[in-house]
Design a protein around this ligand. Sequence first.
Ligand SMILES: [Zn+2]
Length: 81
Amino acid sequence: MIERKCVGCGKLTNREDLIKITKEHSSNTLVINGNSRIFGRSAYLCYNKSCIENVFKKNKLQKILKSPVDPELKGKLINEL
Ligand SMILES: [Zn+2]
């Protein structure tokens, strides 16, 4: 089992149980739960509204992905719940 840390709450969780956000290296776009063919810097989040709210409140995604994050992404992530 591979564990990753949620950006929102900092808890280590099975990677399969987290939302993965990847900044695709070639296009510089953010992909939610992309397949393994997408390469780039990634952040992980629990399927949990409070974790999503938390990262947007503190601009944590920008810092981890080293990329501006469209506020629309928040709605897209909530749709994944
Ligand atoms: Zn979390």
